[in-house]
Design a protein around this ligand. Structure first.
Ligand SMILES: *[C@@H]1O[C@H](CO)[C@@H](O)[C@H](O)[C@H]1NC(C)=O
Ligand SMILES: *[C@@H]1O[C@H](CO)[C@@H](O)[C@H](O)[C@H]1NC(C)=O
Length: 367
């Protein structure tokens, strides 16, 4: 059977200028998680993040024998999916900490300058940058980790929750107009209660995904305002057996040497940005190839990987890993993004290189 990596290798030889351009098929086969953000008008006060990098790495490594690194995985680790408590019409909901707008209508809420002032007075936490401000939509995108209800518009508290959660990269703080009782027969447009919300993401947020503008519940309108996005300025961790991360300005575009491509293939993981999945897949692939060498005793070791966040039209997809038999430096990290044939723009951010140490020679010892 002609493997996908062989196919990619053949394409690479023909298109030498971009040997390992973004593999759109691998990206498109990644499923969109069913939960993209905090639930609206929820009875629960929080969803505590549960993402585990070590579990994700284990599953990335375990997938290699049946799903080698030349193709993508569909590891949808969205165990943040939780059933919300069933509610009966007119059941009281927990009161929010934010001031209710007078008059108590959705349009007055959206026009209330008091909320603009509240977000404007919130500090940008150390180590983070503000990437959007005072929008009227909550973030909904890949990499959702969980959320908290706050007792004030407390960006520092939300940052502390983010720093405590594994793989948290970004957060969204916003003000939500919620019903004070469950809307339904007998109370179809109840008075509002107003909540401060903090939602956490393992992928950077941007204005492009601050798109959840609310919903109708019976005749009550849930709406969002004063929505601010913050992104962490920190490199990903280092990993055992690898040197790095080495910061790159784009994705590696390695040359063909003596007709040989050092590019082995790709894996794309949905969910938080977690290069540990690349590291685990890289080592598992080397182990597998070592155990299944060519007749001359050689195999393609995974000696280097490039990890980055891939976004599709500015909405992040997850962790993109490309794997190589040799290390490449910053001067080859030139692919910052590309269009597919349908005009969809795929962009590269948070690109880092990790080099196996010591390097694997790719030869089974004869002893
Ligand atoms: C804004 O805050 C002031 C002072 O608390 C209050 O009097 C006013 O009603 C608020 N505006 C709205 C639209 O709720
Ligand atoms: C996001 O902000 C950028 C820069 O400020 C702007 O060009 C772009 O149109 C905005 N996108 C959306 C979806 O609002």
């Amino acid at each position: 059977m002609l493997s996908r990596s062989l196919l990619l290798g053949a394409t690479a030889a023909l298109v030498a200028a971009l040997p390992q351009g973004i593999d759109f098929d691998a990206v498109d086969s990644v499923p969109t998680p069913s939960v993209l953000g905090a639930p609206l008008a929820a009875t629960i006060q929080s969803q505590v993040p549960s993402y585990s990098p070590s579990a994700a790495a284990q599953s990335a490594a375990a997938a290699v024998p049946t799903d080698p690194i030349s193709s993508s995985t569909d590891d949808d680790s969205s165990d943040s999916k939780r059933s919300l408590t069933a509610r009966k019409a007119c059941d009281p909901q927990k009161a929010g900490a934010a001031p209710v707008t007078s008059p108590d209508t959705a349009s007055a809420f959206l026009a209330n300058a008091n909320y603009t002032t509240i977000q404007a007075n919130a500090p940008v936490p150390q180590g983070y940058q503000i990437v959007f401000q005072n929008l009227q939509g909550a973030t909904q995108q890949n990499g959702y980790l969980g959320y908290y209800t706050l007792s004030s518009y407390d960006t520092v508290k939300c940052q502390q929750y983010c720093d405590k959660a594994s793989s948290c990269q970004a957060f969204n703080v916003y003000i939500e107009r919620d019903p004070s009782v469950e809307p339904g027969t007998g109370c179809d447009n109840p008075p509002s209660t107003v909540n401060y919300k903090c939602s956490l993401y393992g992928l950077p947020v941007s204005n492009a995904t601050a798109t959840n503008t609310g919903q109708w519940r019976a005749n009550f309108q849930v709406v969002i305002t004063a929505s601010n996005g913050y992104v962490k300025n920190a490199p990903p961790p280092s990993y055992t057996d690898f040197t790095g991360p080495t910061e790159f300005g784009g994705a590696i575009n390695a040359p063909i040497k003596n007709g040989q491509s050092s590019y082995i293939g790709v894996k794309v993981f949905p969910g938080p940005y977690d290069p540990g999945q690349c590291a685990a897949a890289c080592e598992a692939q080397t182990q597998y190839d070592h155990d299944h060498p060519r007749s001359d005793g050689t195999y393609d070791p995974c000696n280097f990987f490039n990890s980055y966040i891939l976004s599709k039209n500015n909405s992040p997809i997850g962790t993109y890993c490309s794997f190589y038999t040799q290390a490449w430096g910053k001067s080859y990290a030139v692919n910052t993004g590309q269009y597919d044939s349908n005009g969809i723009y795929y962009s590269v951010s948070s690109s880092y290189g990790y080099t196996l140490s010591p390097q694997d020679p790719g030869v089974v010892s004869s002893s």
